[in-house]
Design a binder for this molecule. Sequence first.
Ligand code: NAP
Length: 279
Amino acid sequence: MNGWIVAACAKLAQFGRYSSNFIKKLMLKDKIGLIMGVANKRSIAWACAQACAENGARLAFTYQGERLQENVEKLAAEVPDSLVVPCDVSDQESVDAAFDAIGKKYGRLDFVVHSIAFAPKEALEGEFLNTSRDAFRTALEISAYSLTQVARAALPLMTDGGSIVTMTYYGSEKVVPSYNVMGVAKAALESSTRYLAADLGKSNIRVNAISAGPINTLSARGVKNMGSLLSYVGEKTPLQRNVTVAEVGNTALFLVSDLSTGITGETIFVDCGYNIMGI
Ligand code: NAP
C-alpha cells in the first residue's frame, strides 16, 4: 500500500513539473519579439531574451556594429528560428533596414525589448556641469530618442497590438555621482515612455520602462566607481542584496506577456526595493 502511495505521489509531482512547464511555454507561445541591445551574455537584453525564449517566443536580435556581430550570432543560435540583423539607432537607414528584414521574415511583431544606451566616457565622470553639447546630444539621441524611433518603426508590424519595454535607472530621479548626463537621458526616456504609451494605446500597444538596480555589465563599467556603487546599493536595499539580471529578464517577460495587459506608461522598479528607502 505504501509503495502505491509513493508511486502515486511521484506521478503527481511529475505531472506538476510538466504542467508548470506547459503553462510557462504558453506565456509567449506564438509571439514574435525583437531584442535590441545584446552586447554579450551579461547584457540585460540577453537575460530578457532567455526569459522570453524559454517561454515560447520566437526572437529577432539587433546588434550595433560588426564588433558585436559574432557575439550576438553565437548567443542567438541558442534560440530556435532567430534572426540577427545590424541596427545602429544613430542611423535611420539602419533602423529601417532592420525592421524591413524583421517584417520579411516574420510578417509581424508582438513585442520589443529596447535595452540600448550610450554616453561618451568623459561625460560619465567628474561634474555634470562640464557636459559638452556633443556628449549631451549623443546621450539623449542614443539613449532616449531611439525609443521613439523604434516605436515608430515597430508600429506597422504590431498589427495585433503589442508591448514595448525599455530599461531605465533611478539616476533619472535622484543624483547618482558620475551618472551625470545619462540621468538626464533616462529622465527623457521615462517621459517618452509615458507619451508613447498615450499615443499607442489606441493601437493596443503598451509601453513600459523597467528601472533596474545596478548590474555589472559592459555599459555599467563605463560609469566611474561602478564597483563601489554596487556594494553601497547592495547593503542598503530592503532585500540586502543587488538585483540579478535574471530578475530583470523575468520582469520584461511579464511586461511583454498577456499577464500585464492592463499596464502601460509605467516605470517599474526592479531594484530589490532600493528606491523606497529614505536613508
Ligand atoms: P550592455 O550589455 O553594454 O548593453 C547596452 C547595449 O546598447 C549594447 O548592446 C550597446 O551596443 C547598445 N548600443 C549602444 N549604442 C547603440 C547604438 N547607437 N545603436 C544600437 N545599440 C547601441 O549594458 P546593459 O547594462 O545591459 O544596458 C542595457 C540597458 O539597461 C541600457 O539602457 C542601460 O542604461 C540600462 N540599465 C543598466 C543598468 C546596469 O546597472 N547595468 C541599470 C539600469 C538600467 P555597443 O556595445 O556596440 O555599444
